[in-house]
Write a protein that binds this ligand. Structure first.
Ligand code: NAI
Length: 694
């Protein structure tokens, strides 16, 4: 885990050897401690250089070890001993020095970094903070006002283009005669601005606004305050206390869970190239995603004028995107055409025409005639039966759904919809293409709405039922935003556009002329139905794009949502028309009904085999709906609340609202409670016996 050798007769070279990034696992810490003891006790050795194998200094802690009890030597005394040693220690930093790796570099008396090296503390993304003196030493080195990390701040003593290790050895030889006291970072005093309190208060406000409810960044600010106001030995104690609080918090568990879930979810490999049919809202973004990663794109429209509009939009998007990323726009990768015959040689086609089964079937029939037999045929349908499309082609095994989310060139999620006849190679190709485009790709089954949209329905339904019962859009949104969503359900719907759902409801006979005139009020197809969303749409209010929806906006396309008295009126009239006595609804009820209904549908999806594992569902919600990461995703959140409690609350709400089937606890939830409430990672074992569509 660390190689020890003597170079230039007097320099002990300690090379960390724990691929891929030399994480400071218990074995590595043990090896460092042993090597340092050797170096400090050997009279031949006058200086020490620490580096990492394979161009990486140290990527920090091995996160997998967080779950168990601490093994091997603890990091803080190990690092303190390196700093206190009487021989100069030089860190030779190549690749990354992150988290614990950066802390290791900070206790060395000198730091030599390659110009491409990256140094930093990413702990906050895992819900914790650097707790081996990192917050205390870094601040002592660079002072409080520093805004960014760079050589200028004095973190490293020399930047090199050469092999950092060789440079560090030469540097170490020169450092032998120099006094060490001023090189011990923990002995330095933190440089502070006179208005420290005001500065930290302002940063606290900013953090609270940017990441409401998230604990780790606030704890970091407290650690910074400690570094500024306390001697080192007290500061590090404070850092340790803050870490203990964070480490045992649900937020750290959730964020670490997300870290692993994200990796598990994208498990396919295999790459091909593509073409796009339909240059509307989604097609344009998808074409940009493809070109951005160097894939040549043939873009097809149905009419000359639409083709020209699409072309201009795509070019504009590409140019803006390239400018933002500081690269040149890859316009030469594009060919625009009206003829499907131009697609005869492409590897993969993504169909993005209107959501109309008859039209899509015609396109797929045509594609199977013109494309070579190995071409993959993908659809971006948001809910139609992928297998029905596969059925009209000559290659059902090469048909798969690639469900992007709007705006396609921005949203990270890609649902890869696996039809019963999609081959594993086809699915692998779609998954790997998604990954190449920088998407988080998740394989899902072929059911109405797939996973994201299927779960969204009960979530939105609950919100509208709560409106009927006495809540306002702003109250519901506030409760969900306090929970951690960047936007509550109504603000989010206003952003996405209310007309889409309205059209879907019309097509499924829930409103409009197809409704059975005999159906009782506020009931459709045998279950409770809230008419308010349709009434909002009937007034031409489709959300931000029309200047009004659940809220009012100062202009069309405006984003500043203000409560609208018109909606307030509509709610009051509605309630009195249907004899509903409005009641005070608590934020707890709002969060429970929306979130538990969401998770309950997730259990149903797992049970139906439409998602392979709860982690996949959580990743879908993290990247496809802005679910607060520090809550871990709907399924992890349910497990944190406690499945028994979720079950009890769902039973309670279902009893109060028996005409809402989505509140009826799913059998899988009941099974998990009955078999002792296993952790999320083990749910799969109880799902395996069921029928998987993946
Ligand atoms: P859109 O109406 O903006 O664009 C559809 C485009 O397809 C139009 O430009 C139309 O001229 C073109 N088109 C129609 N027939 C064609 C043909 N035979 N050949 C070539 N081009 C043809 O629709 P949008 O929103 O882009 O949706 C497209 C598909 O993506 C639908 O299946 C929709 O359900 C799905 N989707 C939409 C999302 C959204 O937020 N808008 C999100 C995810 C999926």
């Amino acid at each position: 885990m660390a190689r020890y050798e003597l170079v230039k007769r007097s320099v002990a070279l300690i090379t960390l050897t724990n691929p891929p990034v030399n994480a400071s696992s218990s074995a590595v810490r043990h090896a460092i401690a042993k090597s340092m003891k050797c170096a400090l006790s050997d009279p031949e050795v006058t200086a020490v250089v620490i580096c990492g194998e394979n161009g990486s200094f140290c990527g920090g802690a091995d996160i997998r070890e967080f779950a168990g009890p601490l093994k091997g030597p603890p990091l803080v005394p190990l690092l303190d001993a390196i700093e206190a040693g009487e021989k100069p220690v030089v860190a030779a930093i190549e690749g990354v020095a992150l988290g614990g790796g950066f802390e290791l570099a900070l206790v060395c008396h000198y730091r030599i970094a390659h110009s491409k090296a990256r140094l930093g503390f990413p702990e906050v993304t895992l819900g914790i903070l650097p707790a081996a003196g990192g917050t205390q030493r870094l601040l002592r080195l660079i002072g409080i006002p520093a805004a960014a990390i760079s050589l200028k701040l004095g973190i490293v003593d020399q930047v090199t283009e050469q092999n950092a290790c060789e440079v560090a050895v030469e540097f170490a030889l020169r450092a032998v005669a120099k006094p060490l006291l001023s090189r011990r970072v923990s002995m330095l005093t933190t440089r502070c601005p006179p208005d420290l309190d005001a500065l930290l208060d302002a940063v606290t406000m900013q953090v609270k606004k940017k990441a409401p409810g998230v604990m780790a960044p606030l704890a970091c600010i407290q650690a910074v305050r400690a570094a500024a106001t306390m001697p080192y030995y007290k500061g590090i104690k404070r850092e340790g206390e803050l870490m203990a609080t964070l480490f045992n918090s649900g937020q750290a568990w959730a964020l670490q869970y997300c870290f692993f879930a994200q990796r598990t979810a994208g498990k396919w490999t295999l790459i091909r190239s593509a073409a796009v049919i339909g240059l509307g809202t989604m097609g344009r973004g998808i074409a940009v995603c493809l070109a951005r990663v160097g894939i040549s794109v043939i873009a097809v429209e149905s009419e000359k004028k639409l083709l020209e509009t699409g072309r201009q939009m795509v070019i504009g998007m590409l140019e803006r995107d390239a400018k933002r990323r500081g690269v040149s726009a890859s316009l030469n990768l594009f060919k625009f055409t009206l003829s499907l015959h131009d697609l005869k040689d492409v590897d993969l086609v993504i169909e993005v025409v209107f959501e109309d089964m008859a039209l899509k079937k015609r396109v797929f029939q045509e594609l199977s005639k013109v494309c070579r037999p190995a071409t993959l045929l993908c659809t971006n349908t948001s809910g139609l039966d992928v297998d029905a499309l596969a059925g009209v082609t000559d290659r059902p095994h090469l048909v798969v759904g690639m469900h992007f989310f709007s705006p396609a060139h921005v949203m990270k999620l890609l649902e890869v919809v696996c039809g019963p006849r999609s081959s594993s190679e086809t699915i692998a190709t779609a998954m790997s293409l998604g990954k190449r485009m920088g998407k988080v790709s998740v394989a899902v089954g072929n059911c109405p709405g797939f996973v994201r949209n299927r779960m969204l329905k009960p979530y939105i339904d609950q919100a509208t039922f709560l409106l009927e019962e006495g809540a306002t859009p702003e109250q519901i949104d506030k409760a969900l935003e306090d929970f951690g969503f960047a936007m509550g359900v109504f603000r989010m719907s206003d952003l996405a556009g209310l007309d889409v759902g309205w059209r879907v409801r019309k097509e499924s006979g829930l409103n409009g002329s197809d409704v059975d005139p005999e159906s009782p009020p506020r009931r459709r197809q045998g279950r409770r139905y809230c008419l308010i969303p349709d009434m909002v749409c009937e007034q031409g209010r489709f959300g931000q794009k029309t200047g009004g929806g659940w809220y009012m906006y100062d202009k069309r396309g405006g984003t500043n949502a203000k409560p609208d008295p018109l909606i307030q009126n509509l709610l009051e009239t509605y309630r009195s028309k249907y004899g509903i006595q409005p009641r005070n609804i608590s934020n707890q009820e709002i969060v429970e009904r929306c979130l538990f209904a969401l998770a309950n549908e997730g259990f149903g999806i797992l049970e139906d085999g439409m998602a392979a594992r709860p982690e996949d569902i959580d990743v879908i919600y993290l990247f496809g709906y802005g679910f607060p990461r520090h809550r871990g995703g709907p399924m992890f959140y349910a497990s944190m609340v406690g499945l028994e409690r979720v079950l009890k609350r769902l039973e309670h709400y279902h009893q109060a609202h028996p005409d809402v089937p989505h509140l009826k606890p799913s059998p899988l939830l009941k099974t998990l409670v009955a078999c002792g409430i296993p952790p999320v990672q083990k749910w799969r074992e109880h799902i395996k016996t069921m029928h998987s569509h993946l």
